[in-house]
Design a protein. Sequence first.
Length: 517
Amino acid sequence: MCNPPPPNLFLKVFINKNKTKVLFAEADNNFIDVLLSFLTIPLGKIVTILQNHTESESPAAIGSLSTLYNGLSDLDPAHFSTPGAKEMLLNPRSSFRAECRKLAVDVADNAPLQCFLCEDGACIESVVKNVSLYSDISKCECGGSLNEEIRIEECGEDEGGVFVTSPSLFIVSDDLRVAPIVTGILQSLTDFGIADTQGAEMKSFCLGDQEVQKLLKLSLTSATPLTDLILRKKTVENPQSGIWLDHIHQDDAATASKKFGLGAFLQKSMNKLLFAGTTWSRDIVLRACFLTLSLGGVEFLLGNNTPFKSVDNLYRSVSTGIDDKHFATSDAKNRLINPKLPHGYLSKNQLLLPLSEEGPPKLHYKESNIGLLQEEVGVTFTSFKSSKEMFVNKQTTCFVNDDLSMSPSLATRMLILNDLGIPLSHVKETEFHIGVNEALGILKASLVLKTALSDGLIKPMLKRQAKKEGASEGRSLGSVDVTKMTVGFLRSEFKMLCVCCCMQIVLLLVGFWLHKL
């Protein structure tokens, strides 16, 4: 087993003359590895990290994701496809589990790789064919649950960095842009907006678990996370508002065929969402899967345009700012900017978002002491049992609030309407069709807003509908105007013709009268 490094990180921080702002920090590869690990953390795990952060006066919330998480937590296990499905959503794994366990500070506290055999110790079915990576999500061929954990021996000590090469030095801007300290570093400082360092003071800081947790929170809520961390500035959390997506993916025939309907109950007078309801698990799975997405996965899906601007900068540094030669492995960069879900997390019911999952880990069965090794010993197998119906039962009916909290009870919704003083006659039911754009809109809004359905789905749709109606009305008005112009033109031409005819008649009469004389 590897001996973990001491749980601390060191930073050299340059503070401006007035001691009001961090200009930049100099960091080694250990700190950069931890910083980049933020991109690997699933949203559901971030919710729990922030809720358990001891320095917070009150538990921090992430938009509607916290209420989504708590709603799933309160949902009866009977609504999930298997007993283990609920745990997979509430404690999602990272596809970078092995790498993050080597970090100086693993803020996500990644667990070792787990495997589960049949609960029946006397089972005679093949071990190789009856192994699961998750507890209680599948059955052994004998009918027993696969929930008996077995020991995994991981390979020995690794040398070098986790995500970036070791040893190496980097500069980090106040808003989390990262660049290696190499030739041309002065240009990087200029690009970071650092033009004047006169009178700047350098200080060294040691960061532990609590400071890294706080930095994670600040990366989601602040445009100046280093200043807020080092100088303990107060931050205005989640300043984004009025966000939605008009288009990320163009709708085509394939995309359109994947859309599904979501029933929404609106207040007639204001088109205000009261709640939504669905009797099909696809919508519930879509929202639940938000919790399994890593920050890097969200950045990839939203085109590096999220409400988390500091995380946007960090992701952009990986994709375009740090040269490939500074990464510890050949695939580290690509895995960070286009991460996959862990093996077994890609739901069969969730077909909207362009997601993929990692292949299964290669494990090797060792007969002598009933264990599994990640080394070439014994029988190799790469096939794992999984659930046929992922996460939620198809029969599950749920009513969803604007903040993505949910309840299977219609009676509860009616009580809410009564408390709001809204009679049923003032409520209308309509259906919205959800495709890729709509799913991404809900995802983006859920990151910072308590009104994820209104801002991510309802408002954009009503806005697009109004534009279409306006354009159609404009075309109609244009046709009317053309008709009016044509009629007016014909009238004027007719008047001119009449005048000409009258003049011709007058001339003929005058000529006739002169001839008589």
